[in-house]
Design a protein around this ligand. Structure first.
Ligand code: C5J
Length: 231
């Protein structure tokens, strides 16, 4: 299978599907559905639904073309031993991390709210990274997994654009990965932060990475015969 050239900002980027991973950040019920962590912070969680259809299309493309798919989940051990006090105490949420809500304990591993939304549920064998922080590399084995699979390019998407997606892109960039961020596969509780977050990634010649969208990624893969045949 040959290279795929994806139209993006600040410029087109060529990547090889065998060395490219989709990293889907925190598409969890706790962020996307009422009664979870996002809503306890006072956010309108319905805004995040905007990213679901494009994420679904990206997952289908990745699975059909054999790209490595990685899902992340933000959350903590049931005893909260990995949750910094400063994180638990932050702000004035209606419920704190570890409190019991309608989807179980807020942001705690194994609870219904911590799980990934059904539309984007991991397929058998896909990697799921449980991360205690905002960045996907902090206190996880993500870097080892990517190195062992010879991955050099990441398509990073999910929620929220300016928090966990941005932090993960910055971490990945510093570790030498080329990051492509499809704008419509990301969402934020703050549409203006979404826009500015994307601009920050592509500014200064792509200081953190490249910004594209699902239509342009789909078109790039459709132009490669071997990928088209597998789809
Ligand atoms: C937040 C995330 N926003 N996944 N987490 O706290 O972006």
């Amino acid at each position: 299978m040959g290279s795929v050239v994806i139209d993006a900002v600040p410029e087109a980027i060529a990547c090889h599907p065998a060395r490219t991973a989709v990293v889907m950040i925190d598409m969890q019920r706790d962020f996307l559905e009422p009664g979870g962590f996002g809503e306890t912070l006072g956010n309108d969680v319905s805004l995040l639904q905007a990213a679901v259809p494009a994420c679904k299309a990206l997952l289908a493309l990745a699975r059909a073309s054999g790209m490595l798919v990685i899902h992340t989940r933000e959350g903590h051990r049931p005893d909260l031993s990995d949750a910094p006090k400063a994180k638990i105490e932050r702000g004035a949420p209606s419920m704190r991390i570890g409190d019991r809500g309608p989807m179980g304990r807020i942001l705690v591993r194994g609870e219904p709210g911590h799980d990934i939304v059904p539309e984007l549920y991991p397929a058998a064998g896909e990697v799921v990274i449980d991360k205690p922080g905002k960045g996907a590399f902090h206190a996880t084995d993500l870097h080892s997994i990517l190195i062992n699979q010879f991955i050099d390019t990441l398509i990073v998407c999910g929620v929220t654009t300016e928090v966990c997606v941005h932090t993960s892109v910055r971490e990945a960039n510093d570790r030498g990965y080329r990051c492509i961020v499809p704008a419509d596969c990301c969402a934020s509780y703050f549409p203006e932060f979404h826009q500015v977050g994307l601009k920050m990634i592509a500014a200064q010649g792509g200081i953190f990475g490249w910004v594209s969208d699902m239509a342009r990624i789909g078109a790039a893969f459709a132009a490669v015969p071997a990928v088209r045949a597998a789809a």
